[in-house]
Design a protein around this ligand. Sequence first.
Ligand code: CUA
Length: 380
Amino acid sequence: MPLGSRVIRRLSWLAPLLAVVLVAACTKDFPQTTLAPKGDLARIEDEVFFETVKWAALVFVLVEGALIYAIFRFRGKPGDAEPEQIHGNTVVEVIWTVIPALILAMIAVPTVKAIFKENETPKGDALTIEVVGHQWWWEFRYPEFNLTTANELHVPVGRTVSLKMGAYDVVHSFWLPQFAGKRDVFPNRETRLWFTAEEPGEYTGQCAEFCGIQHGRMAFRVVAQPAAEFTGWVDHMKSITMQPVTTSAAPTDSVHTSSAGGGARQAAAPAPQATDSAKAQTGPAQDPLVAQGQKLFLMKGCVGCHSLVAYNAPKGLLGPNLANVGARTYIAAGTLPNDDQNLAHWIRFPQDVKHGVLMPNLGVTEDEAKALVAFLRTHR
Ligand code: CUA
């Protein structure tokens, strides 16, 4: 084999390393990367990862370097005598046992420390949030505020969040790659996780344990907000009632409407505070379409599974809480961008969008879906 090809073959191990570096460099296109931590727990995990990679890289370079050196320096020629055999050399064997043991110890100490830290229950002013996994969506309850919501986890930046987690049906795994790694949730056992968000923004997370045919469509979003904004969100959520909110300039299609994909996942959710301030009034629906939607929501049985209030919401309902569904970025647990067309399609053909989902096909007509969408849009 020519020398050029040999060199290329020898350096081919650089390719995966280069790929990792490139992925790390463009995390915008990989919203679920674990290489761009935005919270303290994820940062601890990231440090353990890179500590391990550092030692592994050092061992790799030294061993491969010695191998390549030996190949060229001590290349045998025809007629050479048998090289000296070192099998059973105590000194050499002690050296190559002690060095790996020391390196493993260097990796084990930070790893074990991180495992204990991760399993601590946060003390002091932590915000407790209950997480419940359902086939196939996430319920979030805030006992401190008596609020319930679904598929969008709002957290304050800078205040530690203590998650008490369980599952309604089967085993799921709650995974927040940029905040806290992942942890399984069980129907009959409580697991816990904690993190402190460091930067405001919208992040993605998803179920990471196979939990049925729609496991892949069990995503959620984390909305990290500065403290004041988070308090505003809590107050706003408390103010939502069953009644539609009528607005003089109903922003029915102001929700992000671009097609699914990397770009859409970066879109910011519309701020609920903007809509409930000046122009919103609560009361009987002014818009006939909204009024029709409100009636249909009761008549079609939607109300049997979904609550439209977040504050003091009934527990044990089968469907996700819809109090602010009109303002969410995605519907059906991260399956579709929340625009009017998708929402109407989801209401009419839930089994087409997410086969096997508990929501039945209720025989909603195209016009009825329009009215339901208009009504749900007022819940933001
Ligand atoms: Cu829930 Cu996978």
